[in-house]
Ligand binder design. Structure first.
Ligand SMILES: CC(C)(COP(=O)(O)OP(=O)(O)OC[C@H]1O[C@@H](n2cnc3c(N)ncnc32)[C@H](O)[C@@H]1OP(=O)(O)O)[C@@H](O)C(=O)NCCC(=O)NCCS
Length: 215
């Protein structure tokens, strides 16, 4: 999801199973606790922390540009709440134990009404790269979207040149389906992206005792 983080999409929610499985989280996301991080919904007061973590050249190099001001992040955070309430989109902030503010985020948006097919993306402050934060957060998000939201197929787009992004997706079991040629415009250049996917049937059953706690 190279282009998702900071864009808006408008997709109608249809009745039936989709509205049933999304009914709870549309009113507010749960808090997901892992061994050393918590995932929670963003708050407008998180804007300065997210600006410091994500509006850097190394983080933003291969994704659509994050906001460049506190006000821009505040608008983005309000948008995340509106889109969640509309049932189209979920955004979790990543808060390491001992901290109050998020150091990054995971986003998931529906690609069709009802979330059966969805797309995810993620970004963490570079001080938290390579330390296990991504893997822990990704497992919490994957369990949540497949088991609770009802996702069947989860897509991600990562620039071919984005070694860390592609490596991270491979590590969580995503499969490379193809190359989206010249599909991401970044700094005046069209970049090729890898289309990565995870299917619900790809995932090994998780023993109940190792599931994250949801509050
Ligand atoms: C994507 C992101 C969240 C991943 O978090 P991370 O902590 O860097 O990820 P990890 O270190 O757990 O995993 C990355 C893997 O890619 C590997 N990797 C790093 N550079 C690589 C390269 N050039 N080629 C291939 N693999 C590479 C790492 O070795 C690691 O695998 P390992 O743990 O088996 O050694 C983080 O790098 C980030 O925020 N990047 C900027 C935003 C972004 O690009 N988002 C991706 C959108 S799809």
């Amino acid at each position: 999801m190279e282009k998702m983080p900071f864009r808006t999409e408008h997709v109608m929610l249809t009745p039936g199973l989709s509205s049933r499985v999304t009914a709870d989280w549309r009113h507010g996301l749960p808090v997901l606790r892992g061994a050393s991080i918590t995932l929670r919904e963003l708050q407008v007061s998180d804007a300065p922390a997210l600006l410091a973590m994500l509006a850097t050249e190394e983080v933003a190099r291969f994704i659509s540009p994050p906001p460049t001001s506190i006000e821009g992040f505040e608008r983005f955070i309000r948008w995340t709440t509106e889109e969640r309430a509309a049932g189209r989109y979920i955004c979790f902030g990543v808060v390491p134990d001992g901290m109050d503010a998020p150091i990054g985020l995971f986003q998931v948006r529906q690609l069709e009404p009802g979330f059966a097919t969805a797309e995810w993306g993620f970004a963490l402050g570079s001080a938290f790269w390579g330390d296990g934060t991504f893997m822990e957060g990704a497992q919490l998000v994957l369990d949540y979207v497949f088991d609770i939201v009802g996702v069947h197929r989860l897509e991600a787009r990562a620039a071919v040149r984005n070694g860390r992004g592609c490596g991270a997706l491979r590590k969580v079991g995503a499969v490379q389906e193809g190359i989206l040629r010249r599909s991401l415009l970044r700094n005046g250049e069209y970049l090729d992206q890898v289309l990565w996917t995870i299917l619900d049937s790809d995932r090994a059953p998780t023993p109940a005792f190792s599931r994250p706690s949801v509050h």
